[in-house]
Design a protein around this ligand. Structure first.
Ligand SMILES: Cc1ncc(COP(=O)(O)O)c(C=O)c1O
Ligand SMILES: N[C@@H](CCCC[NH3+])C(=O)O
Length: 463
């Protein structure tokens, strides 16, 4: 029996963040549906996890570990649920969560729009065949080159974020004779209830034009007065991994207040409104995210009510979910390399990846769960910490989880909920090559982003 068994530890963890799930011998193998992509289950005979009918042991054999495993059917279903929920509104998938040409192709097929925020993401979007008019470009410091490329490609809307950018884009428009469509990113002053680093609408941060300070209104006046850019509407994004719709409500009220002011002062009713993304997902069983239909209902109701109160016509709405579409559609498959009991504290389970493939635990103190994936176990649960292979004590993937007491080197370990902001934020720390993304659908797997190799990294050195 390992250092910490579930029963004994439960009391110690009370009050602290604790594990996501107090496991008993019977349920240490359980897959809690809210955490896993829809086609994931355990095979009745072998106990191994399967995705779209493919055994993870086979995936590991074929593609190696670590690997991000993408459940295509799950992703498509989430695209459809958002699209249906928001009815006539446009759903811009936020590419920063995870983008690859294969993903873009699926988005095109599912009729979604796409939000990109750098020249690199724009290149992937165009390579994947997204019609440029269905693209939006974000960013607080877009370069002249990025803006020119977007204008040249005919990107549907550029969300302007500073007066410098308005100047830059105005010059490009004059030089090219084109009329870029723009929205204004407005900082509405909402303190979103999420980690400080991923909240984006309080006053003291780098994004957008301040509403309270009057910059947003001045930006609209300037764009309208110069008449070189086509002002389509206002944009607000309050942060990420948000569960509570009250922040969106306040944001919508404030931004529509500005819409009314612009109407009054400039005589223009802006035809579009974007309320951003940020809808939370379950990383552990303690998270309880809203359904897209409920979110959509709330947002659309607030916008309609507020427009009626302000005597405005209801603008064409759009939203930008990233995490809520791709986050739960992937899990990361690792192989356990070492298991170390630190007596009286916990068991450290080291896997063959780490903070280079998932920085979120180290960066945001994010909580994840994990399970032994290649088999089931009848052993009692022990409290484990899943860590990576990097030269860093903070290289933690899953802070607290109950794993079976016989977890051992060679086991496959799966961490769910890693579709968003894991591959897209991956690094080569310690010269560790980034893992591939393996898509699984209808009983077959295919690589959609190949594994990086040490040779790839060596080729960067030119000295
Ligand atoms: C402007 C903008 N839109 C959309 C998103 C997507 O957020 P999420 O992935 O939380 O839905 C972000 C990221 O926070 C963002 O900055
Ligand atoms: N990267 C963050 C969210 C920020 C999203 C982009 N504005 C995360 O992992 O949660």
């Amino acid at each position: 029996m390992r250092a910490h068994e579930a029963g004994a530890l439960h009391a110690d963890l009370g009050g602290s963040r604790g594990p996501s799930w107090l496991r008993t011998p019977g349920d240490v193998n359980a897959l809690v549906p809210i955490l896993w992509p829809k086609t994931v289950k355990r095979d009745d005979l072998t106990g191994a996890i399967t995705v779209a009918g493919v055994d993870v042991n086979k995936i590991a054999e074929q593609h190696g570990t670590p690997a991000y495993i993408f459940d295509e059917a799950d992703f498509r279903e989430r695209c459809r649920r958002f699209k249906e929920a928001f009815g006539g509104a446009d759903v811009y998938y936020a590419g920063k969560a995870f983008i690859a040409t294969a993903i873009v192709r699926i988005l095109v097929e599912e009729g979604l729009f796409l939000d990109v925020c750098t020249g690199g993401e724009l290149a992937v979007a165009l390579q994947g065949g997204m019609p440029p008019e269905r693209l939006g470009l974000h960013g607080n410091n877009k370069s002249t080159s990025e803006l020119s490329r977007a204008v040249e490609a005919g990107v549907g809307r550029i969300v302007v974020d500073s007066f410098d950018e308005i100047d830059r884009l105005t010059r490009i428009a004059r030089d090219t004779g084109k009329t870029p469509k723009v929205m204004i990113r407005v900082t509405v002053g909402v303190e979103a209830h999420t980690h400080e680093y991923i909240a984006t609408a309080h006053e003291d941060q780098k994004f957008g034009f301040s509403l309270a300070g009057g910059a947003a209104e001045r930006a609209a006046e300037r764009i309208l007065a110069e008449g070189v850019l086509e002002l389509r509407g206002l944009h607000s994004h309050i942060g990420s991994q948000i569960f509570d719709s009250s922040g969106f409500e306040v944001a919508a009220r404030r931004i529509l207040g500005l819409q009314a002011k612009i109407h009054e002062k400039c005589g223009v009713e802006l035809p579009e409104l974007d309320l951003g993304g940020g809808f939370g997902i379950a990383y552990t069983t303690q998270d309880n995210p809203a359904e897209p239909a409920d979110l959509a209902g709330d947002l659309m109701r607030i916008v309609k009510q507020e427009c009626a109160a302000l005597h405005l016509s209801v603008p064409h709405l759009s939203v930008e979910p990233g995490r809520a579409i791709v986050g739960p559609a992937m899990f990361t498959l690792y192989e356990v390399g070492t298991v170390k009991d630190v007596d009286g504290i916990r068991t450290y389970v080291s896997v063959d990846g780490g903070m280079s493939d998932n920085i979120r635990t180290a960066l945001y103190d994010a909580a994840y769960s994990a399970t032994v994936a290649g088999r089931t176990s009848t052993e009692p649960p022990i409290l484990a910490r899943v860590v990576g292979k990097h030269c860093e004590a903070g290289d933690i993937l899953v802070k607290d989880e109950f794993l079976p007491a016989d977890v051992r080197a060679g086991d496959l370990l799966a961490v769910p909920g890693t579709g968003a902001y894991c591959r897209s934020m991956a690094s080569n720390y310690n010269h560790v090559p980034r893992p591939p993304v393996v898509a699984v659908a209808d009983g077959a797997s295919r690589v959609i982003v190949r594994r990086e190799t040490e040779d790839d990294l060596l080729r960067l050195d030119v000295g």
